[in-house]
Design a protein around this ligand. Structure first.
Ligand SMILES: [Zn+2]
Ligand SMILES: [Zn+2]
Length: 111
């Protein structure tokens, strides 16, 4: 085993020369460290698993941090973790994965 060997894409097996994989998708910059994935597959994942920001209507690509808004009825809305979109009253954030939230963390409420 050679530790300096380039990793290969988890999806298609193509050698990935640059980790993290960088992709600009609909104006969003995405850096993916984990899993190792090639740019082409990452773009497909973005097309398939992106969600929409409830605030600005923009695209939230997979493998990025999201703010989570409780919309009632067990429904969640997702927003960008940016100063423009993330409201001060927002108490939840998570990590948007393949069409689902991978981590779900409640921030201590500071009233
Ligand atoms: Zn690939
Ligand atoms: Zn937004």
């Amino acid at each position: 085993m050679n530790p300096t060997k380039n990793p290969s894409c988890l999806v298609c097996g193509t050698t990935v020369t640059t980790v993290p994989t960088f992709l600009e998708y609909k104006g969003e910059e995405i850096f993916v460290f984990d899993p190792v994935i090639c740019e082409l597959c990452l773009e497909k994942l973005c097309e398939r698993y992106s969600t929409q920001c409830a605030n600005c209507g923009g695209t939230i690509p997979p493998y990025s941090h999201v703010g989570i808004l409780k919309a009632g009825n067990g429904q969640n809305q997702f927003i960008h973790m940016t100063t423009q979109c993330n409201t001060p009253g927002n108490a939840f954030y998570g990590y948007w994965g393949k069409g689902t939230v991978r981590e779900f963390v409640q921030i201590e409420a500071c009233s």
